[in-house]
Design a protein around this ligand. Sequence first.
Ligand code: SAM
Ligand code: SF4
Length: 347
Amino acid sequence: MGMINAPTTDLTLLDNPPLIDPFGRAISYVRVSVTDRCDFRCTYCMSEEMRFLPKRDLLTLEELDRLCTAFVTRGTRKLRITGGEPLVRRDILHLFERLSRHLVSGRLDELTLTTNGSQLANFAGPLAATGVQRINVSLDTLDPEKFRAITRRGDLAQVLAGIRAARQAGLSVKINCVALKGFNDSEFEELIAWAHGDGMEITFIEVMPLGEDRADQADQYLSLEDVRRQLSATLTLEPISHRTGGPARYMRVKETGGRIGFITPLSHNFCESCNRVRVTCTGTLFMCLGQNDAADLRTPLRLSEDDRALMLALDEAIARKPKGHDFLADRLVSKPRVGRPMSQTGG
Ligand code: SAM
Ligand code: SF4
């Protein structure tokens, strides 16, 4: 538009063009798992006796910073830090402090995290100070005993105190709730009233066929179509067009004025608009949550202190991002296609 001959001075951009996959989807959202460890053992996520990775396999905080920065340089606008439980990683605040420079420079729109909330009472203020504005907190029940049962060791009061601290620190909080048949399906209305009553959004997530081949994942599977139908009996759900670029679809609850999201990876294909990739705490890049193809980024990270090898590895990996995944609900009753738990991939 008349600017073709204008000299380009942004050499970084020339050297490091935005990451765009073969289907024209720009990679603008990266989830990074910073640890496989967790202080909870949610039954749908981890086994009781988890064996965690040796520390040397994990990316250091410096390596995580380099990796996230490489993605930001290549066009990532949103970074979500996850795990395992990100707030149990030692000195994790340093990573947020380092990454906040990209918010200041304007290259990054959002730095956020998904947490179980257990450590939030201590971390909410410092996180807000690094520029984090919105967080996701996972919470499946408001009953202390059921909470203890599903997390195998969590303390509901501690998580609720964490959520209060987050709100007081000015963070906007979205609740993530895994919908589990026979466990919390009688509580959905109460969870919505509680979340919306405090100005929080709530998103229901279907159990995904990840991790061990466990029969109870199939037993607990609840279609969000059924959840929606159940809620419609008592609440007026109005479809809204709000999208976040992710798999969630949103509705407004007329009675509360609040928003609820539904993440239905099993029942709907949301791949066409997929702008995201995930990196495990060992630096393995998964181009698609539903497929096993992956790229090792730790080797190029450790190969040298400059990022050339890393950038090449990113190019090669994104060129292999598949068009879509092939989750099927019926795989829940046979063998899950993807044998890694969410705590590894970073949900
Ligand atoms: N520990 C943090 C937390 O619980 O929020 C972050 C990591 S956790 C793996 C991220 C999200 O994945 C949580 O909301 C959790 O409920 C969800 N999740 C874990 N396993 C899942 C599964 N099998 N199906 C669906 N969601 C799952
Ligand atoms: Fe930990 Fe989050 Fe997995 Fe629960 S869902 S065990 S809190 S990583």
